[in-house]
Design a protein around this ligand. Structure first.
Ligand SMILES: NC(=O)c1ccc[n+]([C@@H]2O[C@H](COP(=O)([O-])OP(=O)(O)OC[C@H]3O[C@@H](n4cnc5c(N)ncnc54)[C@H](OP(=O)(O)O)[C@@H]3O)[C@@H](O)[C@H]2O)c1
Length: 271
């Protein structure tokens, strides 16, 4: 360093730090790439073995027929996306067991067509249509404002980590929160949004009824038999995360999501 002019030494030191920075960025990139590849590989393999129809047939060997024989007359169930796919099969399955159904659909005509179909196949006349676009905050607010005071039980399809948090926040109130995976079902939604996947797994996807099976099972079980906050798949508690896939969220992150949801919907922390 003694022989170098000050500028040259400074330039050399800047080059070193630039190099260090580049190495750091490419290592992070490589790690993220490997993590993504690992997630895709493990999720794809796990899904192919478990989420497909053969997976359902295998798991159904442990199902108990009597679990689905319970009547739930008088129980209120809200089913979102109830005019097609898994939502329709869920609404129909719950209506056939006597529940009062609130079908939440964004399109009145499609909703009415599904409502009449469910009424005629199940003979249950307590099937109501609520027109609400779930991507519109004002629609959701007015729907919740109208319904919340009258209902005792709800079905929400929600994220695993939020379900866990809500279960913890409400454990003293006796309200159960559960998340589930339906497997891979042959629905219009999958055909439209994942055409290559739909084609590649043709004949191996579950029916809509098989996709709705665990949701209906959850609604029929006594609360004491279930674990609030748990994640269910094929009528059994299942692991929430894939091995070494870094899919779990920190408590701080979930808290910030809940704070944002409260802020958007104007609900205070006491509500
Ligand atoms: N099928 C699978 O293999 C699979 C796997 C994992 C998870 N899931 C999840 O299960 C749920 C149902 O999937 P699916 O395959 O049965 O889908 P689908 O056949 O496309 O049905 C989706 C339903 O949701 C309704 N919907 C969509 N956006 C809405 C909005 N903004 N407001 C109100 N309703 C809305 C649709 O109504 P319109 O008829 O008006 O479009 C339709 O009735 C989805 O959350 C999906 O991510 C499905």
């Amino acid at each position: 360093m003694r022989d170098l002019p000050l500028e040259k030494a400074k330039a050399q030191s800047e080059t070193c730090s630039t190099l260090r920075c580049e190495v750091h960025i490419s290592l992070t990139g490589l790690t993220l790439f490997l993590l993504r590849a690992w997630r895709q590989l493990t999720f794809g393999t796990y899904g192919y073995l478990n989420f497909t129809k053969p997976g359902f047939i295998e798991h159904s060997k442990n199902f108990k027929a009597e679990d689905m024989e319970t009547r739930i007359d008088g129980k209120n169930c809200i089913v979102t996306g109830a005019n097609s796919g898994i939502g329709f099969a869920t609404a129909e399955g719950l209506a056939s067991r006597g529940a009062t159904i609130y079908m939440v659909c964004r399109n009145k005509e499609r909703g009415e067509a599904a409502q009449s179909k469910i009424e005629s196949t199940t003979g249950n006349q307590n099937v109501h249509l609520e027109v609400c676009n779930l991507s519109s905050l004002s629609d959701v607010k007015s729907f919740v404002g109208l319904q919340i005071a009258n209902l005792k039980s709800y079905i929400f399809l929600s994220q695993v980590a939020l379900t866990e948090k809500w279960a913890e926040m409400n454990k003293s109130k006796g309200i159960g929160f559960y998340s589930m995976h339906p497997g891979w079902a042959e629905t219009a939604g999958v055909a439209k949004s994942l055409p290559s996947f739909f084609k590649a797994l043709s004949g191996k996807l579950r029916t809509n009824d098989e996709g709705a099976d665990t949701i209906i099972w959850l609604a029929l079980q006594p609360k004491e038999k279930l674990v609030s906050g748990a994640f269910y798949f094929d009528r059994a508690e299942a692991p929430k995360h894939l091995m070494f896939a870094a899919t779990s969220c920190s408590h701080e992150f979930i808290d910030s999501v809940i704070d944002s949801l409260r802020c958007i919907s104007g609900i205070s922390a006491q509500d």
